[in-house]
Ligand binder design. Structure first.
Ligand code: ITT
Length: 198
């Protein structure tokens, strides 16, 4: 069965495909279908995940799965949160993850200096069927602490500065298979799978 993965982020596409392909779905990315990137006008992860899934399902005619996610730092009252991707953008909209990580670290040290600030990743996965207006959303989370300087090049986004609870290595250093087992995305995915089981 064909499922559109409604993301333009290659890191997410890789992780979602790894989670979902064992279930027998054929995943096709939004870029491959040349779907436009909708403007994320929602105020919550769930609203943004729903709007991305809805648009991809309606435009493609296939069920679509979207992921809205981000890094929430406790000392920053949950920021950057839904603005996680936007914190990486320069004035031309080009993303630079080192710049985003630096901004997070500098803001935390300016607010509440701490060698290991508490943070979590949140992920909302939303599944939409074409043309029937229905979406279903599932939220996952992983807790951890931030480190400086960033370490490792295995993940994407903020992974090099995030150490999940119970580990010493960052998501940038841990093996992808391990991240896929404990991440916010894996947590949301488990909820999605149990809801879809008859
Ligand atoms: P799409 O909307 O096309 O899916 P995006 O990158 O714009 O891609 P978001 O608006 O959801 O997606 O932004 C989420 C950002 O949060 C993302 O760009 C990452 O930097 C960060 N993020 C989410 N999950 C992450 C993870 O597992 N590891 C590291 N950073 C993550």
């Amino acid at each position: 069965e064909k499922l559109v993965i409604a993301t333009h982020n290659p890191g997410k596409l890789r992780e979602i495909s790894a989670l979902i392909e064992p279930l027998g779905f054929v995943c096709v990315g939004a870029e491959e279908l040349r779907l436009p990137e909708p403007e994320e006008i929602g105020n919550t992860f769930a609203d943004n995940a729903d709007l991305k899934a809805r648009e991809a399902a309606d435009l493609s005619g296939f069920p679509a799965l979207a992921d809205d996610s981000g890094l929430c730092v406790e000392a920053l009252h949950g920021m950057p949160g839904i603005f996680s991707a936007r914190w990486a953008e320069d004035s031309e909209g080009k993303r630079d993850w080192m710049r985003a990580m630096e901004k997070v670290w500098d803001e935390v040290q300016a607010t509440e200096p701490d060698a290991a600030p508490a943070a979590h990743f949140t992920c909302v996965l939303s599944l939409a069927w074409p043309n029937d207006g229905q979406t279903e959303a599932f939220e996952g989370r992983v807790d951890g602490t931030l480190v400086w300087p960033p370490r490792g090049d295995k993940g994407f986004g903020y992974d090099p500065m995030f150490v999940p609870v119970g580990y010493d290595q960052t998501f940038g250093e841990l093996e992808p298979e391990l991240k896929h087992g404990i991440s916010h995305r894996a947590d949301a995915f488990r909820k999605l799978v149990s809801a879809l089981k008859p």
